[in-house]
Design a protein around this ligand. Sequence first.
Ligand code: ZN
Length: 339
Amino acid sequence: MMRVLLGGIVVSLMAASFGCVPESKSTQASGSEEASEPRQRDEFAQDRGGDAKAVPVAFDAKRAMKYLEKICDIGPRISGSEGMKKQRELVKKHFEDHGAKVRLQTFTVKQESQKDPVEMTNLIASWNPDRLQRVILCSHYDTRPIADQEENRRKWNEPFISANDGGSGVALLMELAHHMKDLKTKVGVDFVLFDGEEYIFDPAPDHDRYFFGSEYFAESYRKEKPKQRYIAAVLLDMIGGKNANFPVEENSWLSARALTRDLWQIADELKCTSFDLNHEGPSVLDDHIALNRVGIPACDIIDFSYKHWHRLSDVPANCSADSLEQVAKVLSVWLQRVK
Ligand code: ZN
């Protein structure tokens, strides 16, 4: 990845195409006036109210790693596959056992490079389902059919279990589920697992489509106009790598600034040093774009420096309990403050 700084806007120029796609200059979000404002550390130091005394939940990061291993033991979880079905059943039961109301949102898509359409399913686990004011914690839960960052092309089609890319967000939410019933929040919380984020067989730019699940979810929300309204969404993508680094992602900063500021401010208070206020992050196309487009302020917590991204080495052994714990701490304090 090559990153170029242009007037405060980070532009990522990539040789190939990507799941959670760093943007090329041509697809850079507009709003350059806002983007050109330098980000000040002071901006993170505002008190935005809520429960100032909130403390993180007793997140069991070792157990979260066990969940990660359990998911990866299934093998690849490609959209429409047996592995994806197994994972969905496991996760659905897990969330229900911990008191969530789970809804499946099923739809059919046709990928450009594929002969047959495929059925995909977003999974929505709701805590306090009757509350009208709600927030989303989300992650994609499908895995990429090809490990196309492997230099040896023959390795692309070997089984790719994608521990950090997809698995880590699911594992974190599975562990967080243990704490949701007792967590004091003013809003309802939905865990949303998106299918079809990277159902990519042809990685050439502008060939296969990304983000089927989040686009379907966002479009349904826009059309159905439910009484329940989402006031914020936090997307988790590649949050479990060893020594993870989360600079502020540029599209989150442009589209959901107050939310992004809140999260990184909480990280600063809690000394969760994976969250990096001082460096510009890449501008990433990911599931948060569709949510922002329908008016849900959505922020992407993503570690794009993960070395094993789209490689066969993206396995639990290259992930870390500490990274998961830092993200969970920030999220659990944020959930208690948001209103
Ligand atoms: Zn990916």
